[in-house]
Design a binder for this molecule. Structure first.
Ligand code: PAF
Length: 253
């Protein structure tokens, strides 16, 4: 039975209850619009912890484009069905509860966050790091689960834990892909059938390119708008646009 907490008070009362005391707690933070990639994070958290919490919060401060925020799919009913087999609790707070300060207090990182995604989406990682810290404070998990698809986010969250001495273990989980290789993302559902079929070329080109320049050329030749392709810590990391939908991926070669 999954308990849904839509207020911070409900969550804090559950966290303090006898059934949760002294138990290891695994946490999966999300923006909702859950798919099999999130199910894999939840399944891993379920295996490694006595209690599992999922958060569903469409964090407004990480969207630099208001149209992108408005378009973000809200699919609470199907999210609940997907999470039910794994999560003991779902935290789905309001923006007012998460930002009592109207985002006057915010967390910035100065080296990695201005690059790649941060260069194209100003303020994105301030929003991500601020909400992740708030959620960690609220949930107080032993372990938190993040997908490797969002490579830059994963590095920044690891850095946050190290910099602020947070007592949480960050568990990185492999990217989940469709059979044709495209990484699962809530954005994929915005592609037309033709755009979705074409998008399968994205990971294939990254995988076979000898360097970032060759990958960028291959992606452009396949008809994609390329935002960046860079080699980072042994992985080729890239962002493209297909039918105006931004897709990101990284492959280790
Ligand atoms: O990766 C996401 O879904 C979000 O950036 C996160 C970590 C839940 C913060 O809002």
């Amino acid at each position: 039975m999954t308990t849904i907490c839509s207020t911070l008070e409900e969550w804090r009362a559950l966290r303090r209850s006898a059934a949760w005391q002294g138990k290891t707690l695994g946490f999966v933070p999300t923006l909702g619009a859950l798919h099999a990639g999130h199910a894999a994070l939840l399944a891993r958290a379920r295996k490694e912890n006595e209690r599992v919490v999922l958060s569903i919060f469409v964090n407004p401060t990480q969207f630099d484009d208001p149209a992108d925020l408005a378009r973000y799919p809200r699919t609470l009913d199907s999210d609940l069905s997907l999470a039910e087999p794994y999560a003991d609790a779902i935290l789905a707070p309001s923006a007012k509860a998460m930002y009592p300060d109207d985002f006057r207090y915010r967390l910035a990182e100065s080296a990695l966050s201005p690059r790649l995604e941060g260069a194209l989406r100003p303020g994105h990682f301030e929003g991500v790091l601020t909400i992740v810290l708030k959620l960690f404070n609220l949930v107080q998990p032993h372990r938190a689960y993040f997908g490797e698809k969002d490579w830059q986010q994963l590095q920044l969250v690891r850095g946050l834990v190290e910099a602020l001495l947070l007592p949480v273990e960050i568990v990185a989980c492999p990217t989940v892909r469709d059979p044709d290789g495209l990484a699962l993302s809530s954005r994929n559902r915005r592609l037309s059938p033709a755009g979705r079929a074409a998008a399968a070329r994205f990971p294939q080109i990254l995988q076979s390119a000898r360097d970032p320049a060759a990958a960028a050329a291959g992606l452009r030749a396949a008809g994609f708008d390329v935002d960046y392709v860079e080699e980072c810590a042994g992985a080729l990391t890239a962002a493209i646009r297909v039918e105006g939908v931004r897709l990101i991926d990284n492959v280790r070669r």
